[in-house]
Structure formats: structure tokens, C-alpha cells
Design a protein around this ligand. Structure first.
Ligand code: SF4
Length: 285
């Protein structure tokens, strides 16, 4: 199977991403986020590993796609997870793009990407940092860099003139719903576009969250399993609650004159524009 694949949001009509290709330089992810959805379809996900002949294969596959293709790096792993420190597959891939017109969207939780500013500054790229919590990121994303390191990376990127996206994703009821507002106020000045999303439960991620926060087990059960709705294999919160969680963030972002979109969800009163959500439109601005 090719490593470079057309992005497939599992046929979800709620996905408003533009057409793009997806690449994961590694299989699995060492950031080990409790809420991660990729664990439900990739085996041994928390045992990240390299891909066989990655560099050789990807060089060949790059030649077979149109020049200005949009590539998203990555949707089912983090391109700057700990393995990248040793193997540098992401860096090697960036080097391959230097003489191409490929448009790139990088989604990461790691400040390791600052290592590659020399290459990134020569590419057509938008960088999206996921930041979910100040106080409990070491619990919900135990293998990922701290809030402070991500904020530092965001500030550096802005200072160097990059277009930036922050994913406040996911907002989890009873877990980060209050402090996410604080996160937003800290990142707001350095962010061009926001992606917002509430946690969508899969059986394995819900189990991990319930084990890490036993006092919230009943709340999760009530909101997701009793009152929630099953959409394309994920359980969504009731729509009035999703609105309640995201509205304060939307109001702040609107006040600051920044753009926002939702990831795989629709909120009554906030029409979503097709092809707008992931922030890749910033490549053309
Ligand atoms: S960084 Fe992304 S892919 Fe990696 S564990 Fe966290 S949510 Fe999953």
C-alpha cells in the first residue's frame, strides 16, 4: 500500500476539509494522547515504529502526484513525535519537497519542528499546533511536549512570519472545558486560524479517559452513552452541550477578528464553509 494516500475522513459528511493527501512518516504515536481516535483502527498504536523503506518509497510516490498537491502531515500520528528526534523521516521528507511546488499542512503537538525552520522557511507551509490544556496535558497527552513548549513554538513561528493554526481540540466535558478558555487567551495573539472540536468518543479512548479520571466516569457515561449520538462510529455529545462548550471560544475568536472552523462537527447557527476548516486556505493568502 502507498504511504501517500488521499485523505479519507471515513466518509464523514461532517468533514469539511478540502481535497488533500495524507502522509504519516511513522506508524503509531509516542504522544499517547488518551483521547486519540487513531488507536481504534491502528494496532499497537502506542508502540510507534518506523515504516519500511519509507524514504525510498516516498521519493517514488512524490513523483506520481500533481505538482501543487496539498499534503497533510499527519492525520493519524504526529510527524514530530519522539521517534523523529532519532530517525528524521519528517525532515528528510521536507528536504524532498525543496524543489517542488507541493503545498503542505503540518499538524503537530511538538516544538521539535523548530529544528526544521531552515527547511520550513523555504516551503509553502501552514503549521497547525494542537494545544488542549495548560495544567493536565501531562495526564491527557503524557508523551507530548508541555503547554509552555508548544506556546513557545507558536510564538517563534509567528515571529518568523509563518501562518499559524491552533487546534483547540478536543474540548472534553468535565476535563479541560474551563481551562481551554485560558489556553485560547494565551495563544490568540499568535494564531491566524482556529480549529475547534469537542471530544468524540470511541470505546477505547472513553475507557482510557474514564480510567484516568474515575470521578468523571458517570458523567462520560451519561453524556456520551445515554444522551449522546452515534455518528460514523464515534459518539458525539448532545448538540446543545457542544454549542455550550464551544460558544465562549467562538465569541472570543470573533472578537479578535480571527477565523475559526469545526472539525467533523456542525453547530447550529454557525454555517461551515467547505474546504475551510483545516486552515490550509492560509497557503493562498
Ligand atoms: S499526537 Fe495525535 S496521533 Fe499522536 S497520540 Fe496524540 S492524538 Fe493520537
Amino acid at each position: 500500500m502507498p504511504y501517500l494516500q488521499p485523505f479519507d475522513p471515513w466518509g464523514s459528511e461532517l468533514c469539511s476539509c478540502p481535497p488533500k493527501w495524507s502522509l504519516n512518516p511513522y506508524t503509531g504515536c509516542g504522544h499517547r494522547c488518551l483521547y486519540c481516535y487513531a488507536t481504534s483502527f491502528i494496532s499497537r498504536f502506542y508502540e510507534p515504529r518506523i515504516k519500511k523503506d519509507f524514504l525510498k518509497k516516498i521519493e517514488r510516490e512524490l513523483k506520481a502526484i500533481p505538482e501543487d498537491t496539498l499534503i497533510s502531515l499527519s492525520n493519524s500520528s504526529d510527524p514530530y513525535q519522539p521517534l523523529e528526534g532519532k530517525w528524521k523521516f519528517t525532515r528528510r521528507f521536507l528536504e524532498m519537497l525543496l524543489d517542488k511546488k507541493i503545498r503542505l499542512l503540518i499538524i503537530t503537538k511538538s516544538d521539535l519542528l523548530l529544528r526544521d525552520l531552515d527547511l520550513l522557511s523555504r516551503l509553502k507551509v501552514v503549521i497547525s499546533l494542537t494545544i488542549t490544556s495548560k495544567k493536565i496535558s501531562s495526564i491527557i497527552e503524557p508523551g507530548a511536549p508541555s503547554f509552555e513548549r508548544r506556546l513557545y513554538a507558536l510564538k517563534e513561528l509567528k515571529k518568523k512570519g509563518f501562518k499559524t493554526v491552533v487546534r483547540l481540540d478536543p474540548v472534553i466535558p468535565g476535563i479541560n472545558e474551563d481551562e481551554i478558555k485560558e489556553v485560547l487567551s494565551e495563544v490568540l495573539p499568535y494564531t491566524d486560524h482556529f480549529v475547534l472540536s469537542t471530544y468524540k468518543a470511541k470505546p477505547d479512548s472513553l475507557k482510557r479517559l474514564s480510567e484516568a479520571f474515575p470521578d468523571k466516569r458517570d458523567l462520560f457515561k451519561e453524556l456520551y452513552l445515554i444522551k449522546g449520538t452515534l455518528i460514523k462510529g464515534s459518539r458525539y455529545l448532545p448538540s446543545d452541550l457542544r454549542k455550550k462548550l464551544l460558544r465562549p471560544l467562538i465569541e472570543e475568536i470573533k472578537k479578535a477578528g480571527k477565523t475559526f472552523a469545526f472539525c467533523r462537527e456542525v453547530l447550529e447557527g454557525y454555517p461551515s464553509k467547505k474546504g475551510f476548516c483545516d486552515g490550509s486556505f492560509l497557503l493562498d493568502s
